[in-house]
Design a protein around this ligand. Structure first.
Ligand SMILES: [Zn+2]
Length: 139
């Protein structure tokens, strides 16, 4: 699990086995699987709320890693509704949104996972994995 600081290009999307975790399902961590779109390897990964990931803002700030348009076009995030704007301009499910970089443990293709976690309604905590996308670094 690492941050990404260089400009990247999204080149594919992996399928994710389970992407929504509610309340206790996400604690202490949620475990799911993404299938590499290059080699088909099933990669198990874990998201621990409050300790996994980096703010999504770091990607689109000054279009540094991915532009807002690219994030929206690939369906990675949505525009945040006005009353949740304090979570940032782009979010998943109107909740605090994070990302991390990872790779296929078999063929080492690079992937980015984007998810959100927070209280959707009183007593309802949701971890929502938007998806896992394959990327390449642009030099
Ligand atoms: Zn692979």
């Amino acid at each position: 699990m690492h941050s990404i600081s260089e400009k990247i290009k999204i080149t594919g999307k992996a399928s994710v086995e389970k992407s929504t975790f509610i309340n206790d399902e996400a604690l202490p961590s949620a475990t799911t699987i993404f299938t590499c779109c290059d080699c088909g390897h099933k990669n198990t990964f874990e998201i621990a709320p409050y300790s996994s990931g980096f703010p999504i803002f770091q990607l689109y700030h000054e279009d540094k890693v991915l532009s807002k348009d690219e994030l929206l076009q690939h369906g990675i995030v949505n525009g945040t509704s006005q009353r949740m704007f304090h979570f940032g301009e782009l979010t998943v499910n109107d909740l605090p949104t994070l990302y991390f970089g990872t790779e296929c443990s078999s063929c080492h293709s690079k992937y980015i996972c984007v998810f959100s976690y927070g209280e959707k309604q009183p007593g309802l905590m949701i971890l929502n994995i938007s998806g896992v996308w394959k990327y390449e670094e642009l030099k």
